[in-house]
Design a binder for this molecule. Structure first.
Ligand code: SF4
Length: 232
């Protein structure tokens, strides 16, 4: 029987109520196909410190599930470049762990998205979330950080998700740059306004856009109904 991590942690640490982290962030691989200026794992990659193998990942997930960790956020590196990553993801979901995968969006294709939908369908009580990273709402800002041509490749990944994932399962979110909202003097748009890219996609119907921008959030966060005016 493989060793459990708790064999080396203080007694009962993981068995007391409310002692487990709600969320664990796990850099599952150091591999990446991009070379972003702000990359936190570039140093790991350069030093090739190594990764847990599949069996070790399963042992760790068993332990996290036993501790009742609610969600594991997988990042990296680019998680989907790890050949056994879908096995790891599937294993987490079968244990009832909700996951979120932080991807740079450039490696998404139809087959991969179908696999992700299958993982979600296999364990519907623990949804798969995807977070796609984009730095800025125009190619100039994103590509200066993530590399030439990446803005278009990332948007192509997002469009593919919009084509394949049912609109009922998509929530739109955009993170504010810095502490205040401000307008880009070159475009007249807010720096964090990525909504306009979804707005201009023709294959998403207006009804589905309403779900993505607002309707689904109202369903998921039911207390919003009391705080926000009714939608038009
Ligand atoms: S996509 Fe993420 S992991 Fe890859 S280089 Fe950029 S910041 Fe680093």
């Amino acid at each position: 029987m493989p060793p459990r991590l708790s064999d080396t942690t203080p007694q009962r640490l993981s068995t007391l109520p409310l002692r487990a982290p709600v969320n664990v962030t796990w850099e599952i691989t150091e591999a990446c196909n991009l070379d972003c200026a702000h990359c936190l794992s570039a140093e790991l990659r350069a030093e090739q410190r190594g990764e847990l193998d599949l069996e070790q990942c399963r042992v760790l997930l068993d332990e996290l599930a036993r501790m009742q960790v609610f969600q594991v956020n997988f990042g990296g590196g680019e998680p989907f470049l790890r050949p056994d990553f879908l096995d790891i993801l599937r294993y987490a979901h079968r244990l009832g762990i909700t996951t979120c995968v932080s991807t740079n969006g450039t490696v998404l294709d139809d087959a991969l998205i179908d696999e992700l939908l299958a993982v979600g369908a296999d364990a519907p009580a623990a949804p798969v979330y995807l977070q796609v990273s984009l730095d800025g709402a125009k190619p100039e800002t994103n590509d200066a950080i993530r590399g030439a041509g990446t803005f278009g490749r990332i948007l192509a990944g997002i469009e593919l998700l919009l084509k394949i994932v049912p609109a009922d399962n998509i929530l739109f979110g955009s993170e504010m740059v810095g502490a205040v909202r401000s307008i880009d003097p070159e475009t007249g748009q807010y720096f964090d306004d990525t909504k306009r890219y979804i707005d201009q996609i023709r294959f998403v119907s207006d009804a589905d856009k309403r779900k993505i921008f607002e309707g689904n959030a109202r369903k998921v966060y039911s207390r919003l109904k009391a705080k926000l005016p009714a939608s038009k």
